[in-house]
Design a protein around this ligand. Sequence first.
Ligand code: NAP
Ligand code: MHF
Length: 310
Amino acid sequence: MTDFIKPVEGRAAVIDGKAAAATIDAAAKAGAGELAAALGRPPCLAVVLVGEDPASQVYVRNKIKRTEAAGMRSIEHLEPADISEADLVALVNALNADDGVDGILVQMPLPDHIDSRRVIDAIDPAKDVDGLTAESAGRLMLGAPGLRPCTPSGCVWLARKALGDLSGRSVVVIGRSILVGKPAAMLFLEQNCTVTMAHSRTRDLPALCAGADIVLAAVGRPEMVRGDWIKPGALVLDVGINRIDAPEKGEGKTRLIGDVAYDEAAERAAFITPVPGGVGPMTIAMLLANAVRAAALRAGLDEPAALAAL
Ligand SMILES: NC(=O)c1ccc[n+]([C@@H]2O[C@H](COP(=O)([O-])OP(=O)(O)OC[C@H]3O[C@@H](n4cnc5c(N)ncnc54)[C@H](OP(=O)(O)O)[C@@H]3O)[C@@H](O)[C@H]2O)c1
Ligand SMILES: Nc1nc(=O)c2c([nH]1)NC[C@@H]1CN(c3ccc(C(=O)N[C@@H](CCC(=O)O)C(=O)O)cc3)CN21
């Protein structure tokens, strides 16, 4: 079951998010197959990308591949950075009205001239596979059933596989975005963890992290979290996706790194997620699972058994 957690001599075990995600993709694929038979068409996931955020470009590329590999239909709307808010809301409304679309994902961040809340709340909550509408966020806060944000769900899923029951564990979540930090804190609280939310105004973050059984970094600052912040034996979940220059790979080349200084942190942690190959692939797995759930719910069917068992 946890063959995706790879022990390393004298250092933290590496949580292979790519391998973990493959098991969830397989469940989503089985569920998609069941639904395709019931609906006469495969579940369909639409993504809207505005402008050229590097992390979003990585996401959309991998999302297309994995959605199709799971037997689902993938639709992309790539819009220019100067699209108006009204046009973007109109696009979301068109996807809401399209009965052949089961899930809608609008990539964050949106350009500054657009009020992201207005766009997100235009999404039909029944198609909110990202779990970001006020309806979905309210349901999470209340502990009511609903579609949960993908990245935080992936993090909690990995933490449960690594540590088992999370009751009483102390968690420091660094970053308070509506996309990752806030919902991650709520999901860990739901697991009976004691959660501290840290952000740019937090005082003495290293000392705060030193007491944490689990550190989740979702900041967007390359290698900000240093190894000596980490409690020996802790679990480190690195959500950051930062593209940096990699002249060693050749002129003009880049590579992805996380928000955690990996080699340092691996010296102290018991478990760590790498970047790439950690939380990122899990986000997509959870997105596929949510798309299947949304398709089932919209059709008035039960959640496919393969997903309910996850
Ligand atoms: N792997 C994945 O699947 C995935 C999914 C989503 C996002 N990401 C990546 O995760 C990163 C964060 O994205 P996001 O959308 O969650 O966050 P975001 O909206 O970019 O916000 C960053 C958060 O970090 C906090 N922060 C900034 N500087 C800090 C500092 N010096 N100390 C402590 N906290 C600080 C900010 O605090 P304030 O609120 O006080 O400003 C804010 O809450 C990005 O690299 C993004 O690409 C990855
Ligand atoms: N609305 C919304 N929901 C999101 O979940 C989301 C956004 N917007 N905007 C961008 C961020 C970043 N996200 C990401 C970023 C990277 C991967 C990903 O597949 N990472 C691989 C990269 C492998 C590679 O191509 O090099 C990894 O292994 O980390 C997934 C989700 C999801 N994010």
